[in-house]
Design a binder for this molecule. Sequence first.
Ligand SMILES: NCc1[nH]cc(CCC(=O)O)c1CC(=O)O
Length: 309
Amino acid sequence: MAQSPFLRIGTRGSALALAQAHLVRRLLARAHGVGEDEIAVEIIKTSGDAILDRPLSEAGGKGLFTKEIEEQLLDGRIDLAVHSSKDMPTVLPDGLGLVCFLEREDVRDGFIGRASPTLADLPKGAVVGSSSLRRQAQIRRERPDLDVVTFRGNVQTRMAKLNAGEVAGTMLAMAGLNRLGISGEVTEVIAAERFLPAVGQGAIGVETRLADTRTRDLLAPLDHRATAIALAAERAFLAVLDGSCRTPIAGLARIDGSSIAFTGEILRPDGSESHVASRAGTVADAEALGRDAGAELKARGGPGFFGHA
Ligand SMILES: NCc1[nH]cc(CCC(=O)O)c1CC(=O)O
């Protein structure tokens, strides 16, 4: 490595985070004709990585995976941070922003079943592990008889628990499994209409200092417009519903040329009740569509739904 690298990327240290950071490094090196060894990848341990024994919603929420990385961005130790957009809070520290989204991977969830290949065919009362409140609620909606348990840890840890027989099945994002080269483990790909994905699922987002025009310009060739527009709608939706991180929330925008179709959903954690709002329009209205759908669901769910009552 040259004494002063061309760019410094910050990332968490999980296999998935590293795969994502290495992808961004490869694309940047190719776009700018520099060697990959001129782009440093710094692994940064976050508080979220240390909490493995309880749901993150209890430990303080999404910001736990970004705090230490953002501190390094703000004081200039790194130039950019590579994230799963799904894990990003809607409000970022002053001076930082998600300025680039890579073309989205598969947005769907995949079921990995041991007791049966499909969720519908699991034996009554089978134990299913999931880390996400959204998936837990969506699983319970379809199969209220199952024993859905909270399943923390990174993708590898969860696969190990599955292989050890702790659970009969689990649900993971196809995007992450694809990036890790292990989507062959999936026994059922779940349509996005059946399990509406998390906001941002499948999209890698790059965060920088907003004033750092050099890094922003270097990232520009990597930015995928349709993904960025979809994320603007989805994150605007989430922002309206935020402050309620214990509520299962799903949202997905699809772009087709200059058209956008957004669907958002809120669920009760036990899956007994859910509300869906959809909006369609043109890409110029992406954020407004997301906000509008969020406002509708906020009104329909009422305070009881969001755990503030
Ligand atoms: N919260 C963990 C997380 N963050 C992003 C992904 C997968 C990749 C993606 O959705 O972009 C995962 C694992 C999972 O949900 O299976």
